[in-house]
Design a protein around this ligand. Structure first.
Ligand SMILES: Cc1cc2nc3c(=O)[nH]c(=O)nc-3n(C[C@H](O)[C@H](O)[C@H](O)COP(=O)(O)OP(=O)(O)OC[C@H]3O[C@@H](n4cnc5c(N)ncnc54)[C@H](O)[C@@H]3O)c2cc1C
Length: 499
């Protein structure tokens, strides 16, 4: 086997492990159990006929509680698969009566370790709430609170519409959206949360509220929303599809190209933070080498103005393709039915995100060398990767930063060491965290920015409130005041809690 084909095979394996390891819904548990299992006490009496309760010891319970990352995962004493908005209300009231913590779960991709503070709690499984309804005027659509990206993209596409969702087909819309939510279309329209028109939310006391621009929480739910309630449905802006066609080019490089590669990314793609609105790029490091994807909207092939500088670096492999917008996740290894989208639930997957303005080429070289040398030293970490994501930012920057709780509208790049291992010893876990933090520190030191800016949806969970929600005093004051008022008991203080 040639060195090139071996590298290609290894990289396919890495894409498989770094993309969205998603799907807990491979189970066909609906209708397999009656409601009213013993572990739910009297709860079943108040639930709709479509709701299901799964108790520990059953296969359905085990499957329902599988998560994308095992590290410090929450534990549950029952799963309630809700079927209606009112089911969510009833479960929250029941949990409050029992003084039991609860957690809404869509596709269990939330890997932040603060959710591990839910122990012996109630899992509220949202997946049945996956409806989609386009308004008659074609300007908005209403989605169920458990809907995933692919259902939204495909449902809207059938009507020649689209909106901003996360890139990975099996991540939910609400999970990312409550913390901002990055997606391929954000250059045109802003973040996932920038699309919100209103949200139906079950509050800490079990009451239902509609949160729109007139509500006191409107600012907070767009960036810090996990702290305030459970969303049963959202109405979001949608758009006519103007550019159905997209194209991509993929390159793989060996490690000796780091400097030249990132100089090119800075110069030809990032362009001092003015990356063209029709471009998306994404690179990742793994032990097998470096992969770069460039995607461009509305063209039959990615413009040679972007590809030629990278071809001139003599990639090990390169290939290209074209198709429609719904094809994008599949190209980059984030498709729902590919190997990337299975939620194996077998590994601890820790992320150490930091936002940057540009690549410091020397720091990127140091990151690469430390990453590779540590993986060589500790083979148990060799499924790790470093994600280097470059979204167009025009739509995000067009919205004043003070208008929502999402704090980092000025950032250009989202990078994240993703350190993955099978849990075994404390020593291995400590090595993993040490590596992730050391890599993040190199990026941070080179950024010239005093504070660490950490995307809440990638956060490990050890970061400070200021690092995840923004260091400006007024932001933290406002968030804490709203939290005290709307969730005084801390019922929603498990996913990146404000306090
Ligand atoms: C493979 C992969 C790909 C990703 N791709 C992207 C991406 O393209 N863009 C991006 O911005 N982020 C992305 N992320 C990060 C993602 O935003 C977070 O992991 C997010 O928490 C996942 O949400 P989920 O609903 O799928 O996971 P879950 O674990 O089910 O939910 C995460 C948390 O959200 C809250 N929650 C869930 N549902 C509700 C609800 N209905 N109402 C209120 N709160 C709720 C709960 O606190 C829960 O703990 C990705 C993550 C992974 C693992």
């Amino acid at each position: 086997m040639s060195r090139h084909s071996l590298l290609a095979i290894l990289l396919v394996g890495v894409v498989w492990t770094t993309g969205c390891l998603c799907d807990v819904s491979v189970l066909s548990v609906r209708n397999s159990l009656p409601t009213g299992q013993a572990c739910g006490g009297s709860l079943a009496e108040n639930l709709s006929s479509g709701a299901r309760i799964y108790c520990p010891g059953s296969e359905e319970f085990t499957n329902s509680t599988q998560r994308w990352s095992t590290l410090d995962a929450p534990t549950f004493r029952l799963t309630v698969e809700v079927a209606t908005e009112n089911d969510v209300v009833e479960v929250v009231k029941y949990a409050n009566q029992q003084n039991t913590s609860f957690l809404a779960v869509n596709n269990a991709h939330g890997a932040i370790i603060t959710t591990g503070r839910v122990q012996n709690g109630i899992m509220i499984w949202m997946r049945q709430l996956d409806s989609i309804k386009i308004a008659e005027d074609g300007q908005t659509a209403t989605f169920g609170g458990g809907i995933i990206d692919k259902t939204v993209t495909d449902g809207l596409w059938a009507a020649r519409k689209q909106t901003v969702t996360g890139g990975c087909e099996c991540v939910s819309v609400i999970g990312p959206g409550l913390g901002g939510g990055h997606g391929f279309l954000q250059g045109r329209h802003g973040l996932v949360s920038d699309q919100f028109v209103s949200l139906n939310m079950v509050m800490a006391d079990g009451t239902l509220q509609t949160i729109d621009a007139t509500h006191e929480l409107w600012w907070a739910v767009r960036g810090a929303g996990h702290n305030f309630g459970i969303v049963t449905s959202i109405t979001s802006k949608i758009y006519d599809v103007k550019y159905p066609q997209w194209s991509f080019q993929n390159f793989t490089f060996t490690g000796d190209k780091v400097e030249a590669l990132f100089e090119n990314i800075n110069k030809y793609l990032l362009q001092n933070g003015t990356q063209p609105v029709d471009l998306w790029h994404h690179a990742f490091f793994s032990q097998a080498g470096i992969v770069l994807y460039i995607l461009q909207e509305g063209v039959e092939a990615v413009s040679s103005a972007y590809t030629a500088p990278f071809l001139a670096l003599h990639p090990v492999t390169t290939f290209a393709g074209t198709g429609d917008y719904p094809d994008l996740p599949g190209w980059v290894g984030w498709g729902r039915y590919g190997g990337t989208c299975h939620n194996a639930g077998l590994t601890a997957t820790t992320r150490f995100p930091i936002e940057l303005q540009t690549y410091d080429v020397r720091a990127t070289r140091r990151v690469y060398d430390l990453f590779i040398s540590t993986l060589n030293e500790i083979p148990a970490l060799n499924r790790s990767a470093i994600l280097l994501e470059g979204y167009a930012q025009q739509g995000v920057k067009a919205i004043p930063a003070k208008d929502s709780a999402y704090p980092f509208r000025g950032s250009n790049l989202l990078v994240a060491p993703v350190i993955r291992f099978v849990e075994g010893s404390k020593e291995l876990e400590e090595s993993a965290v040490r590596l992730g933090e050391a890599l993040r520190d190199i990026f941070h030191e080179s950024s010239g920015v005093m504070e660490k800016r950490v995307y809440v949806n990638y956060a490990l969970g050890t970061e400070s409130v200021g690092e995840t929600y923004g260091e400006e005093r007024w932001r933290l004051r406002r968030l804490r005041r709203l939290k005290r008022k709307w969730d005084p008991e801390g019922r929603f203080s498990f996913y990146a809690p404000i306090a």
